[in-house]
Design a protein around this ligand. Sequence first.
Ligand code: IPE
Ligand code: IPE
Ligand code: MG
Length: 266
Amino acid sequence: MQTRTGPVNSSDSPTNPSARPTQADGEPANDSGPAAVPRHVAIIMDGNGRWAAQRGLPRLSGHREGVDSIPRVLDLLTDRGVEYLTLYAFSTENWTRPPAEVEGIIELLHEALERKSDLLMEKNIRVFHLGNTDHLAPDTGQVIERLQTLTRNNTGIVLNLAFNYGGRQEILAAVKRLIREGIAPEEVDEELFSRCLFTAHCPDPDLIIRTGGELRISNFLLWQSAYSEYYHTPTLWPDLDAAELGRALDSFSSRQRRFGNIPPES
Ligand code: IPE
Ligand code: IPE
Ligand code: MG
């Protein structure tokens, strides 16, 4: 499935709302001032396996608990005024795991997407898929496609599900697309390139949270995260609660984003 919307030269292509950060009210953030609420939060939902191991449970129980945690986090971030939430649910590298785990994760996500469609409509959430449906069973591709279509007129928080997603693969696909469409090198700029990515419909993430304690990016939003703020926590994804999420948002709010500039008082 393609979440891209037409040829890069088409006049009705969505413009990336901004590669620059903006405040929750849509006004451009003061580049050198303190940031407020992150407009776009992206989360690397890591630690499901360890959550299960701590309880002597099979890894899939951790993944189940992880999927069940999503509505809670979505509600908390909606209440705080976040406009876009991107969740890293399954990476292109996760295919290397034992087949039973891979199949189990995909089944859990497939089921959740089917079960939660009423809730997504009730909460006015718009869903986008980041990734492609290669390697996915056709019915899983269809369920994602249906959910995107079903929620397309919703005006609340945008939920991007990064599922079978890899940042390098996304960049390569964008390069191939530009070549295929015969775009001249001098026409290629950051804005055009951003419009070739799965995230063409949203601004770059302001805040990237990684649960589970690892200090790495694991092929997530490589292009889009150029100026994202990072927050790492040892809390395992199924244990992420309002208090820890609040700390992540407060940490973001206390930071000064400079984007290469210097503070105004210097
Ligand atoms: C994250 O949890 C979920 C996916 C990668 C699908 P993990 O399964 O990586 O959990 P840990 O890191 O082994 O604890
Ligand atoms: C990153 O977690 C991918 C997702 C959360 C979907 P991993 O557990 O796959 O990352 P690594 O292998 O520790 O880098
Ligand atoms: Mg992990």
